[in-house]
Design a protein around this ligand. Structure first.
Ligand code: UD1
Length: 441
């Protein structure tokens, strides 16, 4: 199992470029299943989840060409299989994004039901109820969700009200409704920038999607979609993570190829705690820390445009370095504080009560051996390690490879002392993980 070794206490200085957003690339890749023509996507990040998604598309029968490292040309003209198997869904929950496009174009789809994951139970009931509203028959067969379009093979446009805001649920339904007969209205839709990015791609393919980025999205179904070319937006969570990296190491970074308006609330919160952030231009931020030190401030995670759950762990790392008490409330996932106990091992003072964490700062963190439990938790431990005195070893960094492109190279280029250790004793990975690990190595 690979590890990171970090020698902390070095201020980061220099420039870091932001990669494409994984959470936008995944649904855009799935959208290629809606057409037999070629969909060309640029600015695809080179991370493990993308390789998994590519494998899924290829298993289904798509051809994926990579004329350049970050460009995928995907053609789904020969789809022979209509299912996302358990091995892939358990490695990456976003495989469920195949469901909407397959159901819409071929009238049938089977996806293994995702189980729990490290951050809690993550059902897809809202996706399924919404497909039923569009006329699909949905059944559970031996752990798989099997969905069929009504007779005639096409879904029917309908009113859908999500009981809870769901990002991949909104994306799945936008894709399904794009080829339905009639108009679909999605109420209480997610408003994340990744939703707007997918809508843009769908519209380039000939879909009629309006209102993406607002709570009500209207999709007028069309008979067929065509090929398109699209550039994926920059990753707002990677941007936020590097903003915190500069602040927590008392360094100064210029972060380019980003979209500051996609993380307005994160920037506002960081400014509130004392981080200096300057918008150099529409795609560049300069961040430095902090003439008067950091002041603790509470935060609550909520759907976009409020504070993202995907920045909660990194914010907690920062709060260990802020003066005073901060209360961090997690409202999206029930079990997303696993990084807290690892930070405690580094000397952080954190108390967890249900979905609330109270951090008392500022503490001097000291290097320790810690374990990553999920993607964003791993990022927060890297940040804590960069701020800590001495050496931190982070185990199970395959989690971070799912969503951050070469994070250790980017951090090293701005002065961090971080290296990847390859172990001789490895915990066995399952087959798709092994394939992906081999490809990313
Ligand atoms: C997406 C992001 C993930 C981010 C999350 C919340 C991708 C690939 N992943 O995940 O990085 O942390 O949004 O911003 O884009 N829920 C249900 N039933 C459902 C669907 C969701 O109860 O059918 C619940 C979930 O358990 C969770 C909440 O709704 O409590 C939000 O989940 P959702 O927005 O669906 O998260 P994902 O789309 O899986």
């Amino acid at each position: 199992m690979e590890k990171f070794r970090i020698s902390g206490g070095r201020p980061l200085r220099g420039r870091i470029g932001i990669s494409g957003a994984k959470n936008s690339a995944l649904p855009c890749m799935a959208a290629s299943l809606l057409t037999p023509e070629t969909v060309t996507l640029h600015n695809i990040p080179y991370v493990r989840d993308i390789i998994t998604q590519r494998r899924l598309l290829e298993d289904l029968g798509s051809t994926v060409l990579t004329p350049e490292l970050r460009t995928n040309k995907i053609t789904a003209s020969n789809i022979e299989l209509f299912e996302a198997p358990y091995e892939l869904v358990k490695t990456m929950r976003a495989s469920v994004l195949a469901l909407g496009p397959l159901l819409a174009r071929f009238g049938k789809a089977k996806v293994s039901l995702p189980g729990g994951c490290a951050i809690g139970t993550r059902p897809i009931d809202l996706h399924l109820t919404a497909f039923q509203a569009l006329g699909a028959e949905v059944s559970l067969e031996a752990g798989d969700v099997v969905a069929r379009a009504p007779s005639g093979g096409r879904l029917r446009g309908s009113e859908v009200r999500f009981d809870k805001v769901t990002v991949t649920g909104t994306e799945n339904l936008m894709m399904a409704a794009a080829l339905a007969v009639g108009t679909t209205k999605l109420h209480n839709a997610a408003r994340e920038p990744e939703i707007t990015d997918l809508a843009e791609l769908l519209n380039k393919m000939g879909a009629r999607v309006r209102g993406a980025g607002t709570p009500t999205i209207t999709i007028e179904g069309v008979e067929a979609l065509g090929g398109a070319e699209h550039t994926i937006i920059p990753d707002r969570i990677e941007t936020g993570t590097f903003l915190v990296a500069a602040a927590i190491t008392k360094g100064e970074l210029e972060i380019y190829n980003c979209r500051p308006e996609h993380l307005a609330i994160v920037i506002a919160k960081l400014r509130e705690v004392g981080v200096l952030i300057e918008e150099v231009n529409q795609s560049t931020l300069r961040v430095s820390c902090c003439p008067k030190g950091l002041t603790a401030r509470d935060v609550e995670t909520e759907p976009h445009p409020r504070f993202p759950t995907d920045m909660q762990a990194q914010y907690m790392a920062l709060m260990t370095q802020a003066e005073g008490k901060s209360v961090i409330t997690e409202t999206i996932f029930e079990n997303r504080f696993m990084h807290a106990s690892e930070m405690q091992r580094m000397g952080a003072r954190i108390q967890i009560e249900a979905h609330r964490a109270t951090v008392e700062g500022a503490t001097v963190l000291t290097g320790a051996r810690v374990q990553a439990s999920d993607l964003r938790a791993s990022a927060s431990l890297v940040l804590a390690g960069l701020a800590a005195e001495g050496e931190t070893i982070i185990d199970r960094v395959y989690h971070i490879d799912r969503g951050y492109e070469k994070i250790e190279d980017k951090l090293r280029s701005v002065g961090a002392e971080i290296e990847r250790l390859r172990d001789s004793i490895t915990t066995p990975l399952n087959a798709p993980e092994q394939a992906v690990a081999a490809e990313i190595a």
